[in-house]
Design a protein around this ligand. Structure first.
Ligand code: ZN
Length: 293
């Protein structure tokens, strides 16, 4: 279990979020058998989405990063309850370290887009994108928030992976400018962040999200603290709904194949079996609905 906080720096016109999510990233690493560079990339995306989700009262937010690199698409999702999940298209890709660091930017690539999709429990789902800047994820998210959402933002995300692949530290922070912030305040913050230590070094020293924000701002007013955990929202009902959405023809084909349908969730590797008799029932349901129309 980790946690994410929402805070206001005292006497300054910014808002800030910080997260510690080592357990979440270690859980996803074990579940999906992630390579070190895949762990770092997905871990950063999970920390990033946790920071965005900390601002939600209801619904969920998804971060989708597609940079054309060997890792393929990286997806991370978080909801208002602190549940996080994520997946990377090619989880076993390994790349040699660059300057003793896992080359997340190379793995993700930078020829593509970062998209943020938000479901705030309203009728519509909101989606917006920006071009990738570096594929390092924190920079890309900051650029997205600043340009696409027009909220000047600074983002730091980090995952520290041990030589045996285990996650030693994961987390990050997000600072956003409030409209009242003066140019001087912004310059001062930029100066602080320029010489700020790597967020992984602070996390691995055991600093909490509160303490990290205090390092940035001196003192903060805590607004909210939420637990974060790796929890998938998949279920047999959702699997069945997906099958129904395939339509009568596709479902009949599955029935003709004469085998149970096995579905494995990309996010948590949970296996679901839809038996032949159940497929027959689903087909009947579709037919019944069609007749009612
Ligand atoms: Zn799942």
């Amino acid at each position: 279990m980790g946690h994410v906080i929402r805070a206001l720096p005292k006497g300054k016109n910014f808002r800030a979020f910080a997260v510690e999510c080592k357990d979440v990233v270690e859980t996803v690493r074990r579940l999906q058998g992630l390579s070190p560079v895949a762990t770092a990339a997905l871990g950063r995306a999970l920390a990033g989405v946790a920071l965005l989700a900390a601002d939600l009262k209801v619904g969920w937010v998804m971060l989708q990063i597609n940079g054309g690199g060997p890792l393929g698409e990286v997806i991370a999702e978080g909801d208002a309850e602190g549940n996080l999940r994520g997946t990377v298209q090619n989880p076993s890709v390994t790349l040699p370290p660059k300057d003793k660091k896992l080359p997340v930017g190379l793995g993700v690539g930078k020829k593509g887009y970062i998209s943020v999709i938000r479901d705030l429990g309203l009728k519509e789902v909101y989606q917006s994108s920006a071009e990738l800047v570096s594929g390092e994820i924190a920079e890309d998210l900051a650029y997205y928030l600043t340009v696409s959402e027009q909220v000047p933002s600074a983002v730091a995300l980090g995952v520290l992976v041990d030589t045996d692949g285990k996650v030693l530290a994961a987390g990050g922070f997000l600072v956003q400018k409030l409209p009242e912030a003066t140019e001087e305040e912004v310059k001062e913050l930029e100066k602080v962040l320029k010489s700020f230590p790597q967020v992984t070094s602070l996390l691995s020293k055991g600093l909490s999200p509160e303490e990290i924000l205090k390092e940035v701002f001196g003192s903060i007013e805590m607004l909210e603290k939420r637990e974060v955990r790796y929890k998938c929202s998949c279920s047999i009902e959702k699997v069945e709904r997906t099958l129904v959405a395939l339509g009568k023809e596709e479902l009949s084909k599955l029935l003709d194949e004469g085998k149970d349908v096995e579905v494995v969730c990309h996010f948590c590797r949970q296996k679901y079996t839809v038996t032949l008799p159940r497929i027959k029932e689903l087909l009947k349901e579709i037919t019944k609905k069609e007749e009612e129309k």
